[in-house]
Design a protein around this ligand. Structure first.
Ligand code: SF4
Length: 353
């Protein structure tokens, strides 16, 4: 898109006339950060409010998942994880604290790295923390397929993957937050196809726009959503057609559902959502760390004062949390929303203060 056109569209967003307050939700953690990083949020007209949804995988992972990973680590397994998870507080500790005490916790950039670690150290059990949405689950499923193919006996994943659309449906069913329309994650839709979001428009009357992640995607996506809201036109619009194809990516879904099956899952702040998680199928049980290691984690607990749960339900914004920027900062986070690169509190802290 040429710069003149972009300037024109940015001007249109800035001058957009909203006679009443409008609240839109970005479902995805990457959108949360990109709205700030690109400066598009600064273009928002006065009456437009952006609320964050349950789209940061690290943020929505409940404490008891990390408690379980720590108990598995205490049995001597190597815990292989994306870097974000290290600092996330569990109920009573964190992987970082446990590493400092001697637990083997390794930062990896993909499940394939974790598999390589297992191959290099056949005497060690390597457990990959499989946390993510539809975007990462096909890669994690591929790793399991490859591990089976290579007959790797010391590699497993701790399943914590989730599906995004059921969480949005749960928020709409709860009806707690004011949401006039949704900015829908482009990368998730590239896998699922845009039509999995159709229900929000058809059944709940909420306009939805699938958007990409560049500044012009965010500007055009927001403008398209505001136009739909203004016209009362509850439709799903794919504003990211260069990536999101009709039907999504069937091959990626095939791989994902070869290894995983839909299951109920627990979301931080929301609770159990039917069919919103991915459990490892019985055919791959040997690669499922939750079945391979029988551990009893301590009773999970939340951190006093942390309002991540309300944040992930779109009820507050990070600056409404009394701990924001005081007791809770990226270097000593109280909740996961301040840790993850996709976390709303981290985005507000870095770009929005
Ligand atoms: Fe949780 Fe910290 Fe965000 Fe408050 S500022 S909601 S304690 S992560």
């Amino acid at each position: 898109m040429d710069t003149e056109l972009k300037k024109k569209l940015a001007g249109r967003l800035k001058e957009y006339r909203l006679d009443e307050k409008v609240s839109i939700m970005e479902v995805c953690g990457t959108h949360t950060t990109e709205f700030f990083r690109t400066g598009v949020k600064d273009l928002f007209p006065e009456n437009l409010r952006l609320v964050d949804g349950p789209g940061c995988p690290v943020c929505v992972t409940p404490n008891d998942y990390l408690d379980r990973a720590i108990e598995i680590g205490k049995l001597g397994a190597v815990i292989a994880t994306f870097g974000d998870m290290i600092k996330v507080p569990s109920s009573y500790s964190s992987l970082g604290e446990e590493k400092a005490k001697g637990m083997r916790v390794e930062v990896v950039y993909s499940p394939v790295d974790a598999m390589a670690l297992a191959e290099k150290h056949p005497d060690l059990e390597v457990v990959f923390l499989s946390v993510g949405f539809e975007t990462t689950a096909p890669g994690e499923a591929s790793a399991v397929l490859e591990a089976k193919e290579r007959n790797l006996k010391n590699f497993s994943i701790l399943p914590g993957n989730k599906l995004t659309a059921p969480a949005v449906k749960a928020l709409l069913d709860a009806g707690e937050a004011r949401i006039d329309g949704f900015i829908i994650p482009g990368h998730v839709s590239a896998i699922t196809g845009a039509d999995v979001w159709e229900f929000a428009a058809k059944d709940y009357g909420k306009p939805c726009v699938v958007a990409g992640f560049e500044d012009y995607d965010l500007i055009t996506g927001t403008l398209a959503l505001l136009d739909l809201i203004r016209k009362g036109d509850a439709r799903l619009v794919n504003g990211y057609t260069r990536v999101v194809r009709p039907g999504g990516n069937p091959r990626a879904r095939e791989i994902m559902f070869e290894v995983f099956r839909p299951a109920d899952a627990e979301w931080r702040g929301i609770g159990t959502i039917p069919g919103s998680g991915l459990a490892v199928r019985d055919a791959y049980a040997e690669f499922d760390a939750s079945r391979r290691f029988r551990v009893t984690p301590p009773e999970p607990r939340e951190h006093p004062g942390c309002r991540c749960g309300e944040l992930l339900r779109g009820l507050i914004v990070p600056t409404d949390c009394p701990l924001f920027g005081k007791a809770c900062m990226p270097e000593r986070p109280v909740g996961p929303c301040m840790v993850s690169t996709e976390g709303p509190c981290a985005a507000y802290y870095k770009y929005g203060r």
